[in-house]
Design a protein around this ligand. Sequence first.
Ligand code: ATP
Length: 605
Amino acid sequence: MAKQSSFFRSVSRLYPHIKPVLPRLIMGLLSALLASVVALTIPQVLRVLINDSLRPGATAGAVWGSAGLILALGVAEAVLVALRRTFVINPATTVETRMRVSLYGHLQDLPVAFHDRWGSGQLLSRAMTDLNFIRRWMAFGAIMLVVTTLTVVIGVVVMFTMSWQLALIFLAAAGPVMVYGFRFRTRFSKVTRRSQDQAGDLATTVEESVHGIRVLKAFGRSREALETFNGQAEELRQTEIAKARHQAVFSMVVTLLPELALGTGLVTGILLAAGGHLSIGSLVAFFATAAVIAAPVEFSGMLLAMALTAKTALDRHFEVMDSQNTITSPAEPRRPADVKGALSFHNVTFAFDDAPDKPVLKDVRLDICPGETMALVGITGSGKSALLQLVPRLYDVTAGSITLDGVDLREFSVQELRALVAVAFEDTTLFSSSVRDNVLLGVRAGDADTREEILAEALDTAQAHFAYSLPEGLDTLIGEEGLSLSGGQRQRLALARAIAARPSVLVLDDPLSALDVNTEELVENRLREVLAGTTTLIVAHRPSTVALADRVALLEDGRIAAVGTHTELLAGNSHYRYVIASLETEPRDLDSELSALDDTEEVSQ
Ligand SMILES: Nc1ncnc2c1ncn2[C@@H]1O[C@H](COP(=O)(O)OP(=O)(O)OP(=O)(O)O)[C@@H](O)[C@H]1O
């Protein structure tokens, strides 16, 4: 994941984002720069005050004039600092928000294969912490880094004009600081990257354990979870300590060396002044200037650390933004005038990205007629869910093709295809919004009345009438992932959501698995009416679900082993009988069923 690039290359990628707000950022930078120039001017006024206004015979008015000027410069510096804040805060928050929105948009676009690989905490920390840091750096760190560098350069030039001997002493101290700064940069970059990645992993652990709190509690694994978390938190703590240690040593170097130079310079300055080579005013002004630039020099450790952390945050942000969306719409999408729903798999092979040489689907050939309901049956891990996910293009086929009414799915616009295909997964995700919004998620058009009709019909078909009795009826907010609902209730809402979309193709992954036998029968009876006109691919883990289908496809180790009606397969395929027997919740008497078949059909293997 970690990819090293130069600081300037990483930061230059911010340019398109800051371009619209560049004028304000430049105004902020100029204000800060002016504040520094003003601060550097004060010692010069002091020099004139000491050399001219305080010399014997000078008037009191001249002293007042210089003092007034110093006061005015102090006020101007304070105003300019305030102006810097005013100029930069708005653009920095604007850039942060825009980058966050574009990251979120990109995450929505990226294929499921990307989300399989990335921990949610890593994405969360990039969307929140990293972008927050980039904002703070833009508003403060970056500007102060430029201003500090320029202040030091201008300050040193001014010091040279006053006394080249003293200035050389200060410059001598700068050499080791720069060398050390370079080494610090390399080490600090590595440790910063580690700390940000570890923080992301920690966020993933929190997210997973909050999400899986019931499982952890039920299995009494809370203590172990805590220990794992503690281990990760400790690793992060160690990294943070290493980070702070690097920073502390660097700060010590950049504080100590200028202080040493100051001491040496003071002795040399007094000797120069005593020898008449330097005026008292210049000596005072020199050290006042040294004091003005001492603060930015001491500050530089923190500013450099901020810059490196921001660089890492930018690298982490662009790692996600650079991930390509491989599932895209063609330049000129096709759409049959009237979608009938003939779904065909032509020699489809599919492998997940992390195991490219182990295809989970091999040479799948399957034709589902318009309006037909095809059940997919197979032992666990045979590739049923993988096959379903290819239909709405959550993944793309590795080889072969899938067509809808003869048109390759990749020739449709992705949005259009997903409007034509509705899905209900076994793992029913509901969003933190009302029942109404959850069920109408896939309903794109229609006025309020039509939408209400669709909603009522879908809830009725899915036997989800319980929704009306929730505390606020259909407006009841259901918690994250519908946690406040039972498994069967969630499943019925997910089924209602798929039905409400009124798709041309319905893809159902064992949609009734969490229902009790009575509710299942009620849902099946109503579902039969819906399925009658819709092409449906349904993964069946229960014989009762198989009964909904016109035909059944048997999947065996990623291949279609047989296709036929339930009766045909039961009669003619031993693996099918084995699978069906293993699906039975209550043992069925297959022998008697078979002997009944014997009377009417010819049994062929
Ligand atoms: N996201 C993924 N990345 C890599 N491999 C995966 C992924 N999802 C599933 N697999 C693997 O693909 C194979 C087929 O899985 P799939 O979920 O399609 O099986 P299934 O027939 O639906 O099983 P079940 O009946 O248990 O739901 C399995 O070996 C599984 O480990």
